[in-house]
Structure formats: C-alpha cells, structure tokens
Write a protein that binds this ligand. Structure first.
Ligand code: NDP
Length: 479
C-alpha cells in the first residue's frame, strides 16, 4: 500500500475515511502517495481550531512570528532539492522550475519574517485640540486560503506567510491534483513549531472543502487563486456574508513584438513566456501580437526553436518542457487545438499528443499563426503550451489588440524603442507590464495582480499584502 498523508487540524494529523492517489504526470506508473480527503465536518473542525488559536496568535510578539517564518524559510531553502523534486514529480514542471519555485517559497517566508517586524501605523494630530489619532493595523481573523495546482508551493507560501506574519490564523485548502507540496509545507510548519490551530491543512475537493470554508461564518477572509468561474462563485458567497475576499485568476496575456525588436530576445521571451512550465501559468503569453515588418522572421525563428524544444519527463536533466499536469487539462488543451483549426487559424507547430519514454501527459508545444483576436483561442484561457500569433500593422494596432480582452494580468513588449516601451507601460491595461522580458516570471517582494476579470480585491505579495491580511483601526485619544 502506498504512503498515506493526513490532514493537519488543531496541531494533530487527522486521518480520513477517504483518500485519493497522487500520480506523477510524467510517469503514470509512479504513485506519490494517497492523500486524505476531508469532509465538511473536518473542514469545520479546522476552522474551529483556527478560531480557538486566534486570540493568542493575534497578540503574539512580532519577534515570535518573525522567528517562525524565518525558520520555515530557512528549512525550505535547505531542502530545496528534495521539495523541488516532489513539486516537479506531482505537477510536471521541470526540475529546475520545481527547485526555482521552492527557492521562491523560501524567500517569501523570509521576506514576510521581516514584514512582521515592519508593520507600522500612523499617529496624527486630531482636528480637535488636545486629542491625537492612532491608526493601527490588526489581523483580520481566521483566513481561508484556496490554491490551484500550477504553483503548488509558491502560491500557498505567498498566502500563508503574510497571513501568519500579521497575526491571522489559517486554514489552507490546496488543489486536489497537487496536495503533496502543500502537505510537505505543512509538515515543515508543524516541525518548525507553529502553535496548534494557528495553521491547518484540509485537503479535499473544492465542492466540499472549498465551499465549506467559503461559507463558514468564522472565516473572516478568503484568498483564492484559480479559475475565473470558481472565483466568481466564491466572491458571490463571501460577499453575501460580508467576508473579505481576494481573487487572483486567469488571463489572456499579450506579448507584443515590434519591428525594431532584437529577434533572438523576442523568440526567447516568447518561448519562455508561452511554453515554459508547459504554459500552465496565469502569466503565460498566449497571444503573440507581431508587427508586419518582423512577423515572418519571428514566426520562422520561433518554429525553429520549438522544433528543438526538449519535451519529456520533468525529472530528466535537460528537459525544457514537462508534461501537462492531468488528463482533464490535456483534454482541454487538445479540444482548444481543434477549436483553433476550425476557427481558421493555421497550425504552424505541434498540435498533437507526444509519446514519451514514460507514460505521461505529453503535448507538443503548439503554435497557431494567422489568428485573429476575435477567435476563441485568443479570447479564452487555455492554460497549456499553446500560443497564437496575431499580425498587427503597427504599434498602435498592436496596443489596441493587446488591450482588447476581458482580462488584465500581465502584458509584455519586445522593442528597442524607449518611446514605445514607455508608452506601452503607461497604456497597457494590465496589472503587470514586462519590457523585453517574458510575461511569466516575477519577483517575490513586489505586488502581484491584475485588472479587469483577472483579479479582485487588494494585491498579493510585497508590502501590499498587508492590505488584505490586516484591517485598519483608528483610535482617538484624549490624554
Ligand atoms: P480552479 O478554480 O478549478 O481551482 C482552484 C482551487 O479552487 C482548487 O483548490 C479547487 O479545488 C478550488 N475550488 C474548486 N471549486 C470550488 C468551489 N466551488 N468553492 C471553493 N473552492 C473551489 O482552478 P485550477 O486549480 O484549475 O487552477 C487553474 C486556474 O488558476 C487557471 O485558470 C489560472 O489562470 C488560475 N491561476 C491564476 C493565478 C493568478 O495569480 N492570477 C496563478 C495561478 C493560477 P479542487 O481541488 O477541487 O480543484
């Protein structure tokens, strides 16, 4: 029998009557383990444990919180190879990407160890004589964190670390497809001395555990990363009971390539942004908007690069693109490849499943050309290694196409023109803009988030995270 991994509630490892297997998408014969499935009762127990732990943790010393987060960060960094390997094994991103994500998770914990110490308020004179005003930030309460499968360690880290730093208690529900990284992080938190109930892990389905968390009256705030459809449903339920809510969702990110671009930079940036991590990133460049003068040269060079891209087992050295994470995601990718062909876009590379040395969900990096921005492949998030090239007459048209989307997470431009770079940075209607850099790949100490349908509520990460994980109090004092 394979190893079983339990939920963590109130400082105890709690078994379950139901378990699901976690399989390696690079090799379906490789079973990572069986992970407990919580029910609504266990979810409620986790919230109760977090509520009991809140009074003490919310007034704990900032040094205690900083020490805990720093220790967790150090442990993650010390175990980066082992944790990165587990991450790549369960999610399918390449080993360097898995280790990179692990390092980032460690750095996030260390950053928020410092933020616990830096949280400050303001003291202002009152407009009334003899009175002063103190503005302070306090924890929100019990926070429910709901995370997706594509960054199974970094996304939990960038929600857990600020939540704990600012004195909240936490219930985490990771994605069912990738519970292993969240479980490993939980074990590490437990071994680092997190007090009982301050952090709780409930694995299980969104429709059971996720919903119970969102609807629980003692959960004061919900931070969610995932799909738009799920996010909208969560927002409706959370707002109906006046809970604080923060959503990070998908996007159809544009990468604009202008005539004056350095061709090798453009191709590199496009390949990294569209295909690395198998395109399964909310910041992936899925619309490559290319101006006339460079279009044909860019497409030729990109096709050549894709032909040499090494697709294979995520854990094999030299692999540049791992498998798709799961069968339903692979099915969705293949369906969209059919949609693109039926819509009249021309398949310039890939388009089919690949057979690897192991039985995994391998898909060829896929490129459409002659696409228009009206096509579904240009409007709907696919979340796979699939990009489409849209031709634009000039910069103005490229910018208009880039902004013609319901989403707004990240936009990129490749150009040697300072004028166009500056104009694009100002006029791209996105939360993040990249100049001569891939749309995917961000720092951990600065805000992350988008506009339009991509995000809702305060930004995540950096010192902006305090906006969501604290609430402001204004105290008037007449000494
Ligand atoms: P989903 O929305 O399907 O799932 C996200 C999480 O929500 C999972 O833990 C899921 O549980 C849970 N969930 C599902 N239904 C409910 C519900 N009714 N109530 C509460 N929770 C629920 O997204 P994916 O996991 O498929 O992730 C991919 C999506 O995430 C993409 O669209 C991508 O763009 C987006 N994403 C956005 C990022 C950003 O920061 N903007 C970053 C990374 C991803 P279950 O385990 O059952 O699936």
């Amino acid at each position: 029998m394979s190893t079983q991994f339990s939920n963590y509630i109130g400082g105890e490892w709690i078994s379950s009557s139901s378990w699901i297997p976690n399989r390696n998408p690079s090799d379906l014969n490789d079973a990572i383990g069986e992970y407990a499935q919580a029910d609504a009762g266990q979810t409620n127990a986790a919230v109760t444990a977090a509520a009991h732990a809140l009074p003490a943790w919310s007034v704990s010393s900032i040094q205690e919180r900083a020490n805990l987060l720093d220790k967790v960060g150090s442990e993650i960094l010390a175990r980066k190879d082992e944790l990165g390997r587990l991450l790549s094994r369960e999610e399918g991103k390449t080993l360097p990407e898995g280790v990179g994500e692990t390092i980032r998770a460690g750095q996030i914990f260390k950053f928020f160890a410092g933020e616990a110490l830096r949280l400050s308020g303001e003291k202002l004179p009152s407009v009334r004589p003899g009175i002063h005003v103190d503005i302070t930030r306090e924890p929100v309460g019990v926070v429910g964190l709901i995370t997706p499968w594509n960054f199974p360690l970094a996304i939990p880290a960038w929600k857990i670390a600020p939540a704990l730093a600012f004195g909240n208690t936490v219930v985490l529900k990771p994605a069912q497809w990738t519970p292993g990284s969240a479980w490993a992080l939980t074990e590490l938190l437990a071994n680092s001395g997190v007090p009982a109930g301050v952090f709780n892990l409930v694995m299980g389905s969104g429709s059971v555990v996720g919903e119970a968390l969102v609807e629980h009256p003692e959960v004061a705030a919900i931070s969610f990363t995932g799909s738009m459809e799920t996010g909208r449903g969560i927002a409706r339920k959370a707002v109906a009971r006046m809970a604080k809510v923060q959503l990070e969702m998908g996007s159809k990110n544009p990468l604009v390539v202008l005539d004056d671009a350095d061709l090798s930079i453009a191709v590199n940036v496009a390949v990294q942004g569209a295909y690395f991590s198998t395109g399964q990133r909310c910041t992936a460049s899925s619309r490559l908007i290319v101006t006339e003068g460079i279009h044909d040269r860019f497409v030729t060079a990109l096709r050549e690069r894709l032909a040499s891209l090494r697709v294979g087992d995520a854990l094999t050295p030299g692999t540049e693109m791992g498998p798709v994470a799961q069968q339903p995601q692979l099915d969705q990718d293949l369906e969209y490849i059919g949609v693109g062909q039926r819509e009249g876009a021309r398949l310039a590379h890939g388009g089919a499943r690949l057979r690897g040395e192991t039985d995994g969900y391998y898909l060829a990096p896929t490129l459409f050309v002659d696409a228009t921005n009206a096509m579904r492949i240009a409007r709907e998030e696919i979340f796979g290694p699939i990009a489409c090239v849209i031709r634009a007459r000039n910069y103005d048209e490229a910018l208009a196409i880039a902004n013609d989307t319901d989403t707004g997470l990240c936009a990129g431009i490749v150009t040697t023109s300072l004028k166009h770079a500056a104009h694009f940075s100002r006029h791209a209607q996105f939360g993040m803009v990249m100049v001569n850099l891939p749309t995917a790949g961000v720092d951990y100490h600065v805000p992350f988030g988008g506009r339009k349908a991509s995000s809702y509520g305060p930004r995540e990460q950096g010192r902006y995270a305090a906006e969501f994980y604290t609430t402001v109090k204004t105290t008037y004092v007449a000494p």
